[in-house]
Design a protein around this ligand. Sequence first.
Ligand code: NAD
Length: 462
Amino acid sequence: MKAHDGMYIDGAWRPAAGPGVIEVVNPADEQVIATVPAGTVEDVDAAVRAARAALPGWAATPPAERAARLAALRDVLVARQDEIAETVTAELGSPPKLSQTVHAGVPIAVTGSYAELAATYAFEERTGNSTVLHEPVGVVGAITPWNYPLHQIVAKTAPALAAGCTVVVKPAEDTPLVARLFAEAVHEAGIPAGVFNLVTGLGPVAGQALAEHPGVDLVSFTGSTAVGRRIGAIASGMVKKVALELGGKSANVILPGADLARAVNVGVANVMSNSGQTCSAWTRMLVHHDQYDEAVELAAAAAAKYGDRIGPLVSATQRDRVRGYIAKGVAEGARLAAGGPDSPHERGYYVSPTVFADVTPGMTIAQEEIFGPVLSVLRYTDEEDALRIANGTVYGLAGAVWAADETEAVAFARRMETGQVDINGGRFNPLAPFGGYKQSGVGRELGAHGLAEYLQTKSFQF
Ligand code: NAD
């Protein structure tokens, strides 16, 4: 058990203002592995002051130099990839391979993409008789969740730094260790003092203090819709900019003529990966009634194969929440085709990979985000019915369409009310904008669109 002290503020590890600590638990064996300080309003204030003081210097740093610092940061993340993966496995419970390739690997790709974008982005352009400048928004308060703990921090910090903003991060209480490691990496990369600051702490205390701080110009939040709504209200009350990445209930639409086995297997893998703790997971599989029974059988078999390979959920609270949803699905008349509410292990916050059949669009498990390894398979009668079901939730974050050919899949995807769609199993692209329609959020992350979130325009007329 390691007792960490200090917060990374103004380029150094400073003692926390208060005595409170947060215990970090390994969800695979329920052991306390570390403690970190629970930051207070004073810690947040010190971090925001440091970020404000560093802003003029960093904003005036030529983009090529900001790009060089981001490239150095990417190199440190590469050098420390094993340590990052081990840390995420310890505090999130993700299997080592997933930690290496996704939890440690994606932040390297994203940081690298912003090193390139900072060097090439048109921060100044001409339109008619005007010059338009794209200037940094200012101090960014970033509040992140635990599900992809390093990715969520990097998806906000890298574009903010590329834009010339300075940042204060408040990471999720369940996963603060990889956030501390990231602060060390920022330091090693030679990013000037005050440009990046880290305050660990509880959401309603440190998180709220950050959102409410008058020295923060933009609040970028990823997490639940309930908290996102509060943050949005605080930000609009203070006329701050706000970016919200919230929940999802994405549809995996399998049109007749698609490769059914592949679509089902990829779909199940998508839901079970990271133990279902992925906001963009395709948790509703939509299948034509003629192929429905076959699809359910395939999905149940695929889920059963995940049995021993799946990690735990992050906490007892999340496990209990997910089990509650499984019980609700049964109570509302859905049929368990695989898994169920019983825990597959005696220790650890595990939930069995679960597949529900006979799910109708109005059921709770077809409408609410479960955030666990639970797939609902729904039947549709024709394409219009499939579209109605796909668009029939308050969310619109991601989705997938499978068809005999790409043109048919794209025609369907154009009609979906959602921010990202994978066509016939398309691959992840770190440059593609990510973010939600409807209640899935406000704003976009990743690539040039993610960079634009941290910029504001000024125009000169000649
Ligand atoms: P959460 O909303 O409880 O917490 C997210 C962050 O907000 C944490 O850092 C937390 O400490 C902080 N927080 C909590 N209460 C706060 C308050 N009153 N003021 C300020 N900050 C506060 O969410 P969670 O349980 O950590 O994450 C799971 C949820 O996040 C899921 O609903 C999931 O869909 C969503 N999520 C969305 C995306 C996306 O990109 N759209 C990505 C990951 C997670």
